[in-house]
Design a binder for this molecule. Structure first.
Ligand SMILES: [Zn+2]
Length: 80
C-alpha cells in the first residue's frame, strides 16, 4: 500500500497529491473551474423562486426619475 497522499483529480482523473495543493482536490485551478462550470450548467444548482421579501428595503426608496438618472440624488431634492 502506498503511503503517499495520492488521489485522483475529480475532473481529469490524473493521480497526484492534489490535497496538499491550494486547489485540491483538483490537480490544477483549471480543473477546479471545470468542475464549478458543471455545477452551474447542470441541474445540480438549487434555484429558488423570487419572493416579495427578497425585495425588502427597495420599497423604501422614493419614487422618481432618479433611477434612470444617476446625476440626481433623491435625498437632496427640495429645500434643506
Ligand atoms: Zn485535473
Amino acid at each position: 500500500m502506498a503511503n503517499d497522499a495520492s488521489i485522483l483529480c475529480p475532473t481529469c482523473q490524473k493521480r497526484g497529491a492534489w490535497l496538499t495543493q491550494a486547489c485540491g482536490p483538483f490537480c490544477s485551478q483549471r480543473c477546479k473551474w471545470v468542475d464549478l462550470g458543471k455545477w452551474l450548467s447542470e441541474e445540480r444548482v438549487i434555484s429558488e423562486p423570487l419572493r416579495p421579501d427578497h425585495f425588502e428595503g427597495y420599497g423604501e426608496l422614493p419614487p422618481g426619475e432618479y433611477l434612470d438618472d444617476p446625476g440626481q440624488d433623491p435625498y437632496s431634492r427640495g429645500g434643506g
